[in-house]
Design a protein around this ligand. Structure first.
Ligand SMILES: CC(C)(COP(=O)(O)OP(=O)(O)OC[C@H]1O[C@@H](n2cnc3c(N)ncnc32)[C@H](O)[C@@H]1OP(=O)(O)O)[C@@H](O)C(=O)NCCC(=O)NCCS
Length: 188
């Protein structure tokens, strides 16, 4: 009886979080398109503080530079998260973290650089951020890249440790916050 109860509870919980049966309902992760930009920008404004928000033009530029590394997450028909990436050939080019993406991105770069990941506040802590990062890792592997790196502020450290990333060091300041460089080794 208890087992039966637990199965019903689990099914209800899964249905609430990942209802996949009806059109427009459920969880979907796919590549971003131009038509998504407004919703993507809405997520950016919601997830980041004012001093860290990318403009719509900057997001459009990332999409144009590397569309294969730009993913969106749709939950119950609403775009609630996204993640962007670039390819770079020398991590030291990130010394100037506010360098324009157009200068950083090298189409043949060996380093898959996770540029950003964001989930709308009300949808955070449901595993969505993790899904997007895992999608980016999968993408980097399928493109045959050896390194997956990014920088993030210290306040989200626990998130990356939880995902199995290794800290390479602290890398100066960006937006008044110490930046940690993270790496996930994709190949030996
Ligand atoms: C960072 C961010 C993308 C995480 O997304 P999320 O969907 O909330 O994360 P998940 O639910 O997938 O969390 C995965 C794990 O990390 C932990 N975690 C998530 N956010 C955390 C945070 N801010 N601090 C500490 N731990 C965190 C969760 O507890 C979870 O662990 P669990 O699986 O043991 O429960 C989201 O908080 C966000 O958009 N933040 C604002 C933008 C930002 O700072 N982006 C990162 C730098 S570009």
């Amino acid at each position: 009886m208890l087992g039966y109860f637990l199965i019903i509870k689990l099914a209800a919980c899964l249905a609430a979080h990942y209802p996949l049966s009806k059109k427009g309902i459920g969880l979907e992760m796919r590549k971003a398109g131009i038509a998504d930009l407004e919703s993507i920008h809405r997520v950016e404004l919601d997830a980041f503080s004012a001093d860290r928000q990318a403009s719509m033009d900057a997001l459009e530029e990332r999409l144009e530079l590397f569309p294969d590394g730009f993913f969106v997450l749709i939950y119950n028909g609403r775009l609630v998260g996204f993640s962007t990436a670039l390819l770079i050939d020398d991590f030291r080019t990130l010394e100037k973290l506010d360098s324009p993406d157009r200068k950083l991105h090298k189409p043949d770069g060996e380093i898959y650089y996770l540029r950003s990941v964001a989930i709308m506040k009300e949808y955070q802590k449901r595993g969505f951020g993790k899904l997007l990062i895992n999608r980016q890792l999968e993408n980097a592997r399928s493109l045959g890249k050896g390194h997956f790196r990014f920088t993030a502020s210290k306040d989200v450290e626990a998130f990356y440790l939880e995902l199995g990333f290794k800290k390479l060091g602290v890398y100066g300041e960006f937006h008044n916050s110490k930046q940690v460089v993270w790496e996930f080794r994709l190949a030996d």
